[in-house]
Structures are given as structure tokens and as C-alpha cells.
Ligand binder design. Structure first.
Ligand SMILES: Nc1nc2c(ncn2[C@@H]2O[C@H](COP(=O)(O)OP(=O)(O)OP(=O)(O)O)[C@@H](O)[C@H]2O)c(=O)[nH]1
Ligand SMILES: [Zn+2]
Length: 222
């Protein structure tokens, strides 16, 4: 069964377009990265269906490998996006205190079981000496680029913080991620409702306990 990765007129496939949606527009006017090997995913999914005792040729499953291939390409589109490109536009603004975007939805996949972990990220920073600030949507895009990869929550959290600090030359950064891992709720220990909270704090927000406490209280809505 073939999958719809037909190149469009501008030379990008629909899957490149999916990855493009994670950043602002085109990068260098061309496709973002190597295409996902959909055929290979299809073959692997067919093998999995056989291995679990299913018949991949029965009517309901015939198109499943192709669907899963397209779904994986979408769910892991962040692998084909350079996070630095997401943050490349910033602007000067006379604001040298905390900027925080709270409750950014996180949909990621634990790299151990390839099962989703879901929750929210809170991303804040204090602009650096050159006073550059990012468009607010870029913070959410950054979360998205790192979430749409096989991940562990700790790495997701620190990657967002490090990229933010690097791109904006921010004087301080705070990232808090709160997620429920379906590999802990649907299987294994089966503890639905357990939330994992991770934080990454950089620069002045790390050095100064009072500023950090203020940021934390804003994150928790008090
Ligand atoms: N630190 C961390 N652990 C995670 C994350 N996602 C999943 N895990 C854990 O990764 C571990 C993998 O443990 P293993 O013992 O190798 O695998 P397993 O036998 O399937 O583990 P159980 O889930 O305990 O059944 C589990 O304890 C998961 O809960 C994450 O984002 N961060
Ligand atoms: Zn897991």
C-alpha cells in the first residue's frame, strides 16, 4: 500500500510541509530535511502485526501500516527541524524582566516504549543585556520541535532551556514540564494520574533564589 508523500509543485512533500509548520516558513527556500522512510515504517508495522498474532491482510488492517507510517512521520516531525531556526527571529524591546508563557501543551513520546507522554510546559526567560525578546509563539514552537521526537522528559526540559538561552542570549531561563507518561499508566506499573515534574533553570534565575521563587509562583498561578 502506497502512502501519500507525493511531491508538490514547490518540490516539498506533504510531510516536509508538516515539519515546516513547526517553524516559520521555509528554511533556505527548500525542504527542511531528509524525508521519512515511510515504506520502511510500513514494512515494520506489518511485521509487528504478524508478531502479535494479527492478520495484516484482513480488511480492517490492510491500510494500517500506511496510516501508522504517516502518523509517525507527523509525530516525529521535530527530528527534521533545526530548533535554532525556530528562534531565529527576535526583536528589541525595552523589557528586562520575566516573560513567561504558561501551560503550553506537550505531546511527546517516551523513547523507552514509544508511548505518549502528555502534559504542559511553562517557559520563561529574562531578556539579556542586548534586550532581545522572542515572539511568544516561538516559545511554543520550540516546545513542539523538541517534543515531536523520541524523548525523555528531563532532556526535553533542558533542551528547551538551553536553546532559549543560546538563541536569545537570555540572562535567565526557566522551563518546567509536567507530564503523565502513558507507559506508566497504560502498562507496567499502571499508575494513572501520576505526574512527573521536571525543571531546568539557567543564568540569573538559577543564581538568584528570589527571582526564581517569583517565577515559580507565576508558573503555579499564585
Ligand atoms: N527518567 C525518565 N524515565 C522515563 C521517562 N519515560 C519513561 N521512563 C522510564 O523508563 C524506564 C525504562 O525502564 P526499563 O526497566 O528499561 O523498562 P521496563 O521493564 O519496561 O520498565 P517498567 O515501566 O518499570 O515496566 C521506566 O522506569 C519508565 O518509567 C522519562 O521521560 N524520564
Ligand atoms: Zn516509557
Amino acid at each position: 500500500m502506497s502512502v501519500d508523500d507525493t511531491p508538490r509543485e514547490d518540490g516539498d512533500s506533504p510531510l516536509d510541509a508538516l515539519a515546516a509548520r513547526l517553524v516559520d516558513g521555509r528554511i533556505n527556500g527548500g525542504p527542511i530535511g531528509d524525508s521519512v522512510d515511510l515504506k520502511r515504517i510500513e514494512e515494520a508495522v506489518r511485521e509487528i502485526l504478524i508478531a502479535v498474532g494479527e492478520n495484516p491482510d484482513r480488511e480492517g488492517l490492510q491500510r494500517t501500516p500506511g496510516r501508522v507510517a504517516r502518523a509517525y512521520a507527523e509525530l516525529f516531525a521535530g527530528l527534521r527541524v533545526d530548533p535554532a531556526q525556530v528562534m531565529k527571529s527576535s526583536f528589541a524591546e525595552d523589557h528586562n524582566e520575566l516573560v513567561l508563557v504558561r501551560d503550553i501543551e506537550v505531546q511527546s513520546f517516551c523513547e523507552h516504549h514509544l508511548l505518549p507522554f502528555l502534559g504542559v510546559a511553562h517557559v520563561g526567560y529574562i531578556p539579556g543585556a542586548d534586550g532581545r525578546v522572542a515572539g511568544l509563539s516561538k516559545l511554543a514552537r520550540l516546545v513542539e520541535v523538541y517534543a515531536r521526537r523520541p524523548q525523555v522528559q528531563e532532556r526535553l526540559t533542558s533542551q528547551i532551556a538551553d536553546q532559549l538561552q543560546d538563541s536569545l542570549k537570555a540572562s535567565g531561563v526557566i522551563v518546567v514540564v509536567e507530564c503523565e507518561h502513558t507507559c506508566m499508566s497504560m502498562r507496567g506499573i499502571r499508575k494513572p494520574g501520576a505526574k512527573t515534574v521536571t525543571s531546568a533553570v539557567r543564568g540569573t534565575l538559577q543564581a538568584d533564589a528570589r527571582t526564581r521563587a517569583e517565577a515559580m509562583s507565576l508558573i503555579h498561578g499564585s
